[in-house]
Design a protein around this ligand. Structure first.
Ligand SMILES: [Zn+2]
Length: 526
């Protein structure tokens, strides 16, 4: 039985607990209770109370009067008086060894809830927690036929509990159950747990003496470096360990060999025992690895491509819009990259825009050309494939739109016209502006033909008491565009008392009372 504790005193930090523990053995020793602090031995952390079906006193009575049925296996170092600082034995050594070769983050087991993890390794033997020692064995028949998979079934059941806790992010409970699971996986590492009266191998002679001696070794042995971390289910790993211990493999001798050649001074026996410890830890490690793989979020990948890319030609620009990818790969998007080509096979990176923008305007296109566009999504992990392409064909150039915001300022009898460039150049650069004056759009006279950089012109040929109408047009290589809005200026018959210059525009109609009037009408056709 597993709970002859602390022989050899190899785990120094536990020595102060020596007197706190219930000593018992299911196989050979009469259970005894160390009196001082025995009650503490049954203190269970509040989170474990649901697992505690047996009252402290009933448990004490059970141990004292009946002993324990069945068999456990590797030592737990005893039943922990202080659940926050569990006693250390072979099961703990195996569990810690299994952690030491993990490649995934098991900080919650190694550090955060390490004491819960170690406490869990004690639970299957401890009747205050689980205490189902009748189910800590795996039996094979001659010919490698499975006879009884009890411990593997329990390991698998507890695995699923631990998985549920991990998925619920209850790491404390998960740590405890992973410790529990480690116990069921590792128990068949003791040859006595593969033998019994119902088996082809008969009842073992050596059991608790083997476990006790093994427990005395764990303070002085460490797992070899360079072990390969395997990935196995709890059920398979438990059976695998039992199979190796039953039939022997490598330096591990068969169960009947170990039982009939029991001798720690025999190097073959000794090496087999040590190898069984290593194998136990490796199998626990393989299952913890399996668990971490099962519950770990998949590593982030590059995003999917953006969707619904559309191109709209507006005023000789191409406006692109798109939708985010259906799957950002788990890392979050940072940028979109916009590519353009003259064909499906030419792609030039035009622009990167931040991932909160879902549009971009290409102002560098030429008339009568077709462009192909793609967008790719970028995350910290990588760049998506390019989206499905879209195309935009720029129409031929037309005459420019009219100049905008025409206005006039009157200074004495000089009319100074101003305007702004058209909202569209018609797809070809503005080459100049033309100024008209007349009594109506149909009677207009060309007054000036200006360069493209001119946005003002002064009329010095006015007479007092007259009314003048002005229009401006823009010109490009295609031709002359439509007339702008009309600007009307009335030149006062007498000198105004107002300070000049006076802004004349649609918003200065109040000046009409001072003899200055400006009207703007809708532009006519050129
Ligand atoms: Zn056990």
């Amino acid at each position: 039985m597993d709970h002859l504790l602390f022989l050899g005193g190899n785990v120094a930090r536990k020595e102060e607990h020596l007197q706190m523990h219930i000593m018992h053995s299911c196989c050979s020793s009469v259970p005894t209770v160390k009196k001082d602090n025995a009650m503490k031995s049954y203190m269970v952390p509040s989170t474990m109370m649901g697992k505690c079906q047996v009252s402290m006193f009933a448990a004490l009575l059970t141990f004292t009067l009946l002993g324990l049925p069945g068999a456990s296996a590797w030592s737990n170092g005893g039943y922990s008086a202080d659940p926050g600082n569990p006693d250390y034995g072979t099961h703990d050594w195996i569990a810690d060894g299994a952690l030491s070769i993990q490649t995934r983050d098991v900080t919650f087991l190694k550090v955060t809830y390490h004491s819960q993890f170690l406490l869990g390794t004690e639970a299957p033997d401890n009747p205050d927690y689980i205490g189902d020692t009748a189910n800590h064995h795996v039996y094979f028949k001659t010919g490698d036929l499975l006879q009884d998979d009890a411990s593997a079934v329990r390991a698998s059941e507890v695995y699923n509990l631990a998985k549920g806790y991990l998925q619920a992010k209850d790491y404390l409970s998960a740590a405890y159950d992973i410790g529990v699971m480690a116990h069921y996986i590792a128990d068949p590492g003791v040859f006595g747990h593969t033998m019994g009266s119902s088996t082809d191998w008969g009842t073992e002679v050596h059991h608790s003496d083997y476990e006790t001696y093994a427990n005395s070794l764990v303070g002085s042995i460490t797992l070899p470096s360079g072990l390969t971390l395997e990935d196995m289910s709890a059920y398979d790993a438990t059976l695998r360990l039992a199979e190796v211990v039953t039939f022997g493999e490598g330096s591990i001798q068969s169960n009947i060999w170990m039982d009939s050649n029991y001798d720690w001074s025999n190097s073959v026996f000794y090496s087999s025992a040590i190898a069984s410890l290593y194998e136990s830890a490796e199998m626990v490690a393989a299952v913890i690895n399996h668990l971490m793989i099962e519950v770990a979020p998949p590593p982030p990948t590059a995003p999917d491509p953006p969707t619904s890319l559309t191109a709209t030609v507006d005023n000789y620009d191409v406006q692109l819009t798109w939708n985010p990818p259906a799957d950002d790969g788990g890392a979050g998007l940072t940028w979109y990259k916009i590519y353009r080509g003259d064909s499906l096979t030419s792609q030039i990176l035009m622009k990167s825009v931040e991932s909160d923008k879902l549009f971009w305007t290409d102002t560098t296109v030429q008339v009568e050309k077709t462009y192909y566009y793609w967008v790719a999504a970028i995350s910290s992990v990588g760049t998506s494939d390019k989206s499905q392409h879209t195309t935009a064909t720029i129409p031929p150039a037309v005459a420019p739109h009219p100049p905008t915001q025409p206005a006039a300022v009157l200074s004495n009898t000089v009319v100074m016209l101003t305007w702004s460039a058209p909202d569209s150049d018609g797809g070809a650069n503005i080459t100049g502006y033309m100024i008209y004056r007349g009594s109506s759009p149909s009677s207009r006279i060309l007054m000036a033909n200006l360069e493209a950089n001119s946005l003002t012109w002064s009329d010095t040929s006015t007479e007092r008491g007259e009314t003048y109408h002005y229009w401006v047009t823009a010109v490009n290589s295609v031709g002359e565009g439509d007339l702008s809005l009309e600007v009307t200026v009335i030149i006062p018959a007498k000198k105004s008392s107002l300070v000049t210059p006076v802004l004349i525009s649609a918003i200065t109609l109040a000046l009409a009372s001072a003899g200055v009037l400006v009207l703007r009408r809708r532009r006519g056709k050129a």
